[in-house]
Design a protein around this ligand. Structure first.
Ligand code: SF4
Length: 390
């Protein structure tokens, strides 16, 4: 039986160090994968960790929850005729070593103060890189602790909290000030400009997209983000129907399954059309989650949900089949239909919260619900603007 490090070194040895770097090109944040693998092979973990962290402060998190099959591993040349290089596991090893063994220093201040509203991956990326560039950074978030969706929206079995705690420690070492339980409205955000040279808004998308069907207010119906954020225990041996089939739906279904329930994901399209990755779908299946496709919610009753069948017409348009309604009895219905921002960007801009006035946006409020790595990319983009303007 190989040890973890033996497996990782073998993976590193298999890397072809491709000159055209298809793995790097497929990474949304452009991780220098061949370079990092070579440093790993030489046991230069600190240097490899620095490269990873300075390019993507969310590297540790990304090594656990990125949709690898669509990114680095999906583009690895080794994957054409066999197994792709398992770079995420190498990245995870390096990042743990690096973050656990490196004491970050508080850089001197350049005298410029930046406020960040929100504490998720986009905010943390921007905050860490700004602090490393000598800006003074204060993060305001309405949650008690740092991490945003990382802490409150992704279940522990996918992203163990110890990883967020490690990141939090580094944030504190860098001298970033965190003001938790700070619930700021549009006027509070506007007022921040009196005390800060610039403000980054990274408030995310925490509000569930509502489903307008009869019975949606029944107590047997929950929204996915509320279920995950509040750690709601459904009890055991219940039948749970999850509506939707994206990443959040998979997290919800697997969480409900782990609570000891029978779980069915109901989706109006075939699973090939689902926004969830193949890996997530496979893992949900392995957990025992069942799938019911080509069904759309019609109304919610006390004893279950009425679904109607769907189909693609000759123009590939999704239609509902007339007189196809049926009741799927269940104890709970969880709606995982995406999320929206509390104060959408358009509303904030009307209030004068604009780049011209020193306000910048990053994370899900800018892009809609996205992956952690995409949030990190927008965090980096926001600091490029700040460095140019402030
Ligand atoms: S594509 Fe695969 S084999 Fe080529 S450099 Fe990247 S990780 Fe190594």
């Amino acid at each position: 039986m190989k040890s973890n490090i033996e497996f990782l070194l073998e993976e590193g040895n298999r890397c072809l160090k491709c000159k055209h770097e298809p793995c790097k090109k497929a990474c949304p944040i452009g991780t220098s994968i061949p370079e990092v693998i070579q440093l790993f092979q030489k046991e230069e973990y600190k240097k490899a960790g620095e490269i990873l962290f300075n390019n993507n402060p969310m590297s540790l998190v990304c090594s656990l929850i990125c949709p690898f099959e669509n990114q680095c591993m999906g583009s690895c040349v080794r994957g054409i005729k066999g197994e792709p290089i398992d770079f995420p596991k190498i990245e995870n090893y390096i990042m743990k070593e690096y973050l656990k063994t490196t004491l970050f220093e508080k850089n001197i201040s350049n005298g410029k103060k930046i406020a960040i509203v929100g504490g998720g991956p986009g905010a943390l990326t921007a905050g860490i890189l700004l602090r490393k560039n000598n800006y003074e950074v204060t993060i305001f978030d309405n949650h008690e602790k740092l991490g945003g969706m990382l802490r409150y929206g992704i279940p522990d079995f996918r992203l163990p909290k110890e990883n967020i705690a490690l990141l939090e420690k580094k944030v504190m070492e860098l001298g970033i000030i965190f003001k938790g339980n700070s619930s700021l409205d549009e006027n509070d955000i506007l007022n921040l400009k009196k005390d800060y040279n610039g403000v980054i808004i990274a408030t995310g998308t925490w509000f569930p997209k509502k489903l307008n069907i009869e019975g949606v207010e029944n107590p047997n119906t929950l929204y996915a983000i509320d279920y995950l954020k509040n750690n709601i225990d459904l009890g055991k041996n219940k039948k749970v129907v999850v509506i939707g089939a994206g990443n959040v739906a998979m997290d919800v279904a697997r969480t409900a399954k782990r609570q000891g329930n029978e779980v069915i994901i109901a989706y109006r399209r075939p699973m090939e059309d689902s926004p969830a990755t193949k890996l997530e779908i496979r893992e949900a299946k392995e957990d025992g989650v069942e799938f019911l496709t080509y069904v759309s919610p019609k109304k919610i009753l006390e004893n279950g949900i009425v679904l109607e069948k769907t189909y693609y017409d000759e123009n590939k348009k999704l239609k509902t089949l007339e007189n196809s309604e049926f009741l799927l009895e269940c104890d709970y219905i969880i709606l995982a239909l995406s999320q929206v921002a509390q104060y959408p960007m358009e509303v904030l801009k009307e209030k004068g919260i604009t780049e011209e006035n020193g306000f910048f946006f990053c994370g899900d409020i800018l892009t809609g619900p996205e992956t952690v790595v995409k949030a990190a990319v927008t965090g980096k983009e926001s600091i490029i603007k700040i460095k140019a303007l402030i």
